[in-house]
Design a protein around this ligand. Sequence first.
Ligand code: FAD
Ligand code: NAG
Ligand code: NAG
Ligand code: NAG
Ligand code: NAG
Ligand code: NAG
Ligand code: NAG
Ligand code: NAG
Ligand code: NAG
Ligand code: NAG
Ligand code: NAG
Length: 631
Amino acid sequence: MMSRSLSRLALWAALLVTAVEPFSLDLPRPPPRMRFLQRSSQVKQSYDYVVVGAGTAGLTVADRLSADGKSTVLVVENGKIVDSPRIEQVFSGGAAMGPTFSYQITSVPQVNLQNRTTAVIAGNLVGGSSAINAMMTVRGTSDDYDRWGSFFGNDSHWSWEGLLPYFKRALNFVPPQSAVAESVNMTWDTSFWGNSSTVYTGWPSFQWPGLAEQIEAFQDIPGVEFPPDSGAGRAGVYWFPTLMDPKNVQRSYARTGHFDRINRTNFEVLTESRVTKILLEDGTATGVSFRQQTGNATVDTKVMAKKEVILAAGAIHSPQLLQLSGIGPKKLLQEAGINTTVDLPGVGQNFQDHPMMFMGITLRNFTTHPNPTDMFQNRNFSAWAQEVWEANKTGPYSMGIGNAAAWLGLPVISPDNFEAIATKLESQDHAAQLPPDTDPTVIAGYTAQMKNLASSMRTPNTAFYNHVLTGSGSSGTLVDLHPLSRGTVNINPSDPAGSPPVVDYRALSNEVDLDVMVEMLRFTSRYFFETRLSALSPRQTQPPNYVQEAADLAGYLRQTLSPTEFHPAGTCAMMPRELGGVVDEDLKVYGVRGLRVVDASIMPVLPGANTCQTVYAVAEKAADLIKADSG
Ligand SMILES: Cc1cc2nc3c(=O)[nH]c(=O)nc-3n(C[C@H](O)[C@H](O)[C@H](O)COP(=O)(O)OP(=O)(O)OC[C@H]3O[C@@H](n4cnc5c(N)ncnc54)[C@H](O)[C@@H]3O)c2cc1C
Ligand SMILES: *[C@@H]1O[C@H](CO)[C@@H](O)[C@H](O)[C@H]1NC(C)=O
Ligand SMILES: *[C@@H]1O[C@H](CO)[C@@H](O)[C@H](O)[C@H]1NC(C)=O
Ligand SMILES: *[C@@H]1O[C@H](CO)[C@@H](O)[C@H](O)[C@H]1NC(C)=O
Ligand SMILES: *[C@@H]1O[C@H](CO)[C@@H](O)[C@H](O)[C@H]1NC(C)=O
Ligand SMILES: *[C@@H]1O[C@H](CO)[C@@H](O)[C@H](O)[C@H]1NC(C)=O
Ligand SMILES: *[C@@H]1O[C@H](CO)[C@@H](O)[C@H](O)[C@H]1NC(C)=O
Ligand SMILES: *[C@@H]1O[C@H](CO)[C@@H](O)[C@H](O)[C@H]1NC(C)=O
Ligand SMILES: *[C@@H]1O[C@H](CO)[C@@H](O)[C@H](O)[C@H]1NC(C)=O
Ligand SMILES: *[C@@H]1O[C@H](CO)[C@@H](O)[C@H](O)[C@H]1NC(C)=O
Ligand SMILES: *[C@@H]1O[C@H](CO)[C@@H](O)[C@H](O)[C@H]1NC(C)=O
């Protein structure tokens, strides 16, 4: 039974990437690593900080908090330490994304997607999703981060200016080699980057020449900007780097940056241990309970936190753990037989991910070589590619999923319809877009978000449209960067502790998403048929080019849309409590002392970008907030 969700995944992989077996190179083994524990008997009774989840955010925060050599930190991780060439491999970006290193959760059938289900993919190993992601290094626009602070008033420290120092701290940017940069007219500006982190972002030693043509064709579209750098906080068409260390041409991620190279007795990581509960005493989080499975035996152990418990289990599991611990929507907890410690209606609500859509447009007379098809169709080229990779780790095999894309606002892609779409969103019954019985505070938060997003639809610096460029003369994956539908991630009331969280994307539950996506499809057609690219004889096969009517395009989307780009977020939103928020501006959970959330779940609204770089920046800021409190 090959599920439809898996074939969707395969489609993404086929369109965006061409995963190949990694070469059997003599990969250098990782350096000796800091203390990692597997048995609960090795765990001390208490630590200053107990971090749940050794993923992207968890390892970043743990590294920073323990850097003083004194504060004791334990990170408890469900997965293992995994050494695999699939994780290290940069080429294609997709080698590690299958089920091997991920949780195996299936979403509920999506009623607006013909009841299709989707594989919910998130990393289940040390490094978390940063170990399996496609390594695209992108951040949102300044509007995206100013929007976060706007829900708290006008002088929140959550803003573009407030986050920029943390973007710089999070990653070590290594510029491209000048010959490669010149071959395709790449631009970058190091003033938006830092060079102190041990998580690297760099550039392949090769680019497809066709990318320059694809980028230049956007000059034919009024209003498209070409920011000098992907980190400039501006929408437009630009180059962006890859989350890899250019020295060894391998993935650089939370494990290599914040675990492998550290040797501190005050920083421990415990693997194969699932946190089942946050321990609460008189409104204070005092520690966690975790479970280990050894053969048939199940062992539950408690570990105490002298200062704080820090939740970094990701946007699928952080809300699950809060709910299991009695922090969440009272009605749901009652149904599940869990005593409510804090009635916090927002936990598990406000769930967002980036929907992905597919088009089939090919330039029949595209003759630029080499291009990605030469890896399969031109023996001479592919032999060369293999030779330079094996000799020097250079050439096409040093490329990830791509380094160039368009990120455009609604007025740019839909000058005729953006105003009507924004007005339609404003005049909607916002409560009717959420599940029945949604708490009034959550509705108020959603209403505030929709008000903000409607006005952002009228500005060029909130990107809705994302098109990853291929260099092959064919269309790439399209992503809706600011979906309006909101889903839920809730415990299963009939088996709260035993079954995985119930993930409902509620894709297309807000029909304005369809209006936006229809404009995205139409714009992509215009990009191929009404710019200089039209000289190369474009042909559209998917959806068929005679399909232009909005209703037909919407039908095509219901058939083919993926509700996820593997960017789950928003389920423990940083919003005021009266707007359904779960954490405050210091990332502290409302109604509890000594408990913060620091991962992708705190994003109130997704940024218009792949999420990993933002998670790193949020975690860097979280570490500063926690240190500022520790007195
Ligand atoms: C296939 C894929 C492709 C992606 N591509 C890109 C990309 O190209 N660019 C980009 O910017 N972003 C990409 N992303 C998204 C990005 O990687 C994530 O947004 C980010 O890594 C999330 O970080 P996090 O800290 O919130 O969660 P994670 O990094 O997922 O960490 C959560 C950790 O908590 C652990 N955990 C969960 N529950 C428990 C528990 N109860 N007890 C103990 N441990 C627990 C998990 O095992 C995991 O290690 C991709 C993601 C995926 C999955
Ligand atoms: C989807 O499932 C629901 C509930 O089972 C059913 O009522 C509906 O008809 C289904 N829709 C489609 C398109 O199959
Ligand atoms: C924020 O600023 C805007 C315009 O600058 C103003 O209209 C609004 O009243 C301010 N809001 C708060 C809460 O200060
Ligand atoms: C790079 O830009 C220059 C100047 O705009 C232009 O003449 C040249 O053709 C471009 N090269 C490529 C490969 O696009
Ligand atoms: C790192 O950045 C600093 C400040 O921008 C700069 O002075 C320094 O030259 C950079 N170092 C390297 C190795 O690039
Ligand atoms: C780790 O640090 C200890 C104490 O400083 C030292 O003895 C040991 O050699 C170090 N290990 C590694 C692998 O660097
Ligand atoms: C584990 O359980 C299985 C099934 O109940 C049993 O056959 C097996 O002997 C058990 N193993 C151990 C080590 O107890
Ligand atoms: C819920 O609280 C009541 C009263 O304090 C207690 O008797 C009961 O055991 C608790 N139930 C659970 C599941 O913790
Ligand atoms: C494509 O190019 C070929 C050869 O240059 C030419 O004969 C043909 O007419 C072109 N096709 C289209 C559809 O433009
Ligand atoms: C083979 O490929 C190399 C590298 O792309 C190129 O320099 C060379 O001209 C090609 N030779 C033939 C016969 O195509
Ligand atoms: C590998 O790099 C060296 C040094 O730059 C160069 O001389 C050699 O030709 C390269 N090997 C291949 C197969 O390209």
